[in-house]
Design a protein around this ligand. Structure first.
Ligand code: SAH
Ligand code: SF4
Ligand code: F3S
Length: 437
């Protein structure tokens, strides 16, 4: 027995997937997971830096761990993930109680680094990102027993002008299709019923290998026996092809949910964001999706307060939101990320204006989400039971194929089961209902 570790994860699903691979290595090396910071021999924070608020949270946590480290000097404290990549050795300058900083391309090195630190007790910083090649066959300790995250590609080549991700995740690197399928098969054999294929821009999958494109990969995964739901994210509007839309339509287990971040509703700002599409082009792609998949849910991400945003730009965005009628939207305040082109742009929008606009956007979207969900009143939907609701242990929480959260009272069903739920109380963010028996 090597001891106990605590893993704290911030950020997106990609970070969760990386954390599961780090935990897999730790468990293979004999470490056990603990939830208690005070019990841990190793504490890891897998960090995010996509917005300043994400970084602030991490700095808060790093500060809190200082006291624990003072009480237990044997504790090994490491920072991994995107902020490790971005800040590198600066993190240690700022917080000398950190023992190691491991970048996003070094997930597979975790146990080696721990052994090194145990032997020498000197700090380690390793943040090189490989240009190609992906470490395969890492042990994975998955957080769920039924739903598996499966990264299909790493990195991003898009360089949206506001975004730090390409700098901290490196160039696009796709896994070999047979590796992805093999991982999905192993998951299915272990009882997993749902897989979510992950990438910063999944529909760029394969461009660096020219073996299979994302539509081909999706089709292969759809055919894996035992898998009942195939999800994927995130799709980039500039390359959501007809072939991909047709593959979803003709698929068996591919869920009717497309997360298609628009980011903004005016072509002027989209250009300044370097998104690679205009409002007209996005509209055309979204209409094609709606036409081919009339029952699909469409969700999005939006950023308000990009440099130079005017009231007119914002009015266009509100109008676009009303036109698109997304099932739901993640809305963010633009956050300046140093080193990105947008951070150096003039005309930064004042904070109070950003906040007012964000609230108007959220109000607008909430009304749309509610109206869309209300149309589901009385419908019987297939739900995969995911676990107890956070607020009430007597209530199950699960999701529809369209990725809507459904809450319903406990019955004989168990986690991972598929049930039909009749919707009796549709709300803005959740649907409440009862199992059809
Ligand atoms: N690759 C995905 C998203 C990655 S980051 C995509 O392209 O859609 C997740 C979301 O964070 C983005 O969609 C964007 O809306 C938001 N985001 C990224 N950088 C941001 C910034 N500097 N300020 C505010 N939001 C940001
Ligand atoms: Fe960031 Fe744009 Fe890449 Fe998404 S596509 S990760 S927003 S640079
Ligand atoms: Fe954050 Fe890195 Fe994901 S910056 S959003 S954890 S890719």
């Amino acid at each position: 027995m090597q001891g106990r570790y605590k893993m704290i994860v911030y950020g997106c699903q990609m970070n969760l997937a990386d954390a599961e691979r780090m935990e897999g290595q730790l468990q293979a090396a004999g470490y056990m997971r603990t939830e208690e910071t005070a019990d841990a021999d190793i504490i890891l924070i897998n960090t995010c830096c996509v917005r300043e608020t994400a970084e602030d949270k991490v700095y808060g946590k790093i500060g809190a761990i200082k006291k624990i480290k003072e009480k237990n000097p044997q504790l090994i404290f490491g920072i991994t993930g995107c902020m490790a990549q971005k800040e590198s050795v600066n993190l240690m300058r700022r917080a000398p109680h950190i023992d190691f900083v491991l970048g996003t391309g070094k997930v597979q090195e975790l146990t080696r680094i721990l052994a090194e630190i145990r032997a020498e007790r000197s700090p380690v910083v390793d943040v090189t990102i490989p240009d190609h090649g992906i470490a395969e066959n890492l042990p994975i300790a998955r957080g769920s027993k039924f739903s598996a995250w499966v990264p299909v590609m790493y990195g991003c080549n898009n360089y949206c002008t506001y975004c730090i991700v390409p700098y901290v995740r490196g160039r696009e690197r796709s896994r070999a299709p047979e590796e992805v399928v093999a991982e999905v098969r192993r998951a299915a054999a272990a009882g997993y019923r749902e897989v979510t294929l992950l990438g910063q821009n999944v529909n760029s999958y394969g461009k660096d290998r020219r073996a299979a494109d994302f539509a081909d990969l999706l089709h292969m995964v759809d055919g894996v026996e035992g898998i009942r739901r195939v999800r994927f994210m995130t799709s980039h509007p500039k390359d959501i092809s007809d072939k991909l839309i047709d593959t979803i339509r003709n698929g068996t287990h591919i869920c009717e949910h497309i997360h298609l971040p628009v980011q903004y509703g005016s072509s002027r700002i989209l250009k300044a964001m370097n998104r690679g599409y205009t409002v007209e082009k996005y509209r055309a792609r979204a209409l094609r999706v709606r036409e081919a998949l009339p029952h699909a849910s469409l969700t999005t991400d939006l950023i308000v307060g990009f440099p130079g945003e005017t009231e007119e730009d914002f009015a266009e965005t509100l109008a676009f939101l009303r036109e698109m009628r997304y099932d739901s939207a993640y809305t963010f305040l633009y956050s300046k990320r140093s080193g990105t082109p947008a951070a150096a742009m003039g005309n930064q929008v004042p904070d109070d204006v950003k906040h007012i606009r964000l609230n108007r956007l959220m109000e607008e979207q909430n009304a749309i989400s509610r109206a869309i969900n209300e149309r589901l009143m009385g419908a019987a939907l297939e739900v995969m039971v995911e676990g107890a609701s956070k607020n009430d242990p007597q209530v199950w929480s699960g999701r529809t194929r369209t990725n809507k959260i459904v809450l319903f009272p406990h019955g004989a069903e168990r986690e991972g089961d598929f049930v039909q739920v009749r919707i009796t109380q549709p709300q803005t963010w959740v649907l409440k209902g009862e199992v059809v028996r």
